[in-house]
Ligand binder design. Structure first.
Ligand SMILES: *Cc1c(COP(=O)(O)O)cnc(C)c1O
Length: 231
């Protein structure tokens, strides 16, 4: 068994234990492998362990890897900050975009999604614990944004994405509460099924609060080296 396989099995076991402890069905929580800064061959190796969904933060880096790995059946998620002038590539190349926090971004993604493709899955990013430097809409903007974005034709609005401050795990409960509130009035409640929260350091707490997708980088691939990056 190689290192990546071992690391992935360890994370899957953690997810399973967290589900059991929280009395949740196994299989309710999806593992997204966050592969930013890691080279394509390493992603290919992770793919060979059975991993199919990968999350990337930096557009150019992601586009290079998508090209390198186009022979594989990868579901690509963009989890970085979405810039208004970069939406075209996101709409074309990704299956999911997690960092949508304004209507104009959603509108552009919908317009730029090719009609022959499946609708683009998106999550609304919420600044759930009022951090100054963070992206994301405010919690009190969510209801209105969901109403507007749900009307866009080439998107499927799947849920919320949050990145609370480290150790601020109560924020996961706030996110779950907001998620449940929206479900009640969503025009297509069956689409509203994703709560993207939890990273290597806090996935157990996130799953306890109701996460359906954990975004895991370090625990799968080891520490990241940013020294060669300037983004
Ligand atoms: C980098 C990143 C992750 C993964 O973080 P780890 O602590 O390495 O697991 C998850 N979500 C987002 C939005 C990220 O940018």
């Amino acid at each position: 068994m190689n290192d990546l396989n071992q690391a992935r099995n360890h994370v899957l076991a953690q997810i399973q234990d967290a589900c059991l402890a929280a009395n949740r069905d196994l299989g309710q929580v999806q593992l997204l492998a966050v592969s930013k800064t890691h080279p394509s061959p390493l992603l290919r190796e992770m793919y060979s362990t059975g991993q199919r969904s990968f999350g990337e933060n930096y557009l150019q880096e992601a586009l290079d890897k998508i090209e390198d790995l186009k022979d594989l059946d990868i579901e690509w998620h963009f989890i970085g900050h979405v810039q208004r002038n970069k939406t075209k590539h996101l709409a074309e190349k990704f299956a999911w975009v997690h960092g949508v926090d304004r209507f104009i971004i959603a509108e552009r993604l919908s317009k730029q999604r090719d009609v022959t493709q499946d609708p683009l899955n998106i999550c609304l990013q919420v600044n759930i614990d009022a951090q100054d430097s963070k992206d994301g809409c405010q919690p009190d903007e969510v209801v209105e944004l969901v109403k507007q974005i749900s009307l866009l034709p080439h998107l499927r609005l799947r849920g919320l994405m949050v990145i609370p401050a480290p150790h601020h795990t109560e924020a996961f409960q706030d996110a779950k509460q907001l998620f449940d509130q929206v479900k009640v009035f969503h025009v297509r409640p069956e689409d509203w099924d994703t709560l993207s929260m939890g990273m290597s350091g806090d996935l157990v707490e996130a799953i306890a609060a109701g996460s359906t997708m954990v975004r895991i980088g370090t625990a799968l691939f080891g520490a990241r080296d940013y020294s060669t990056k300037n983004e």
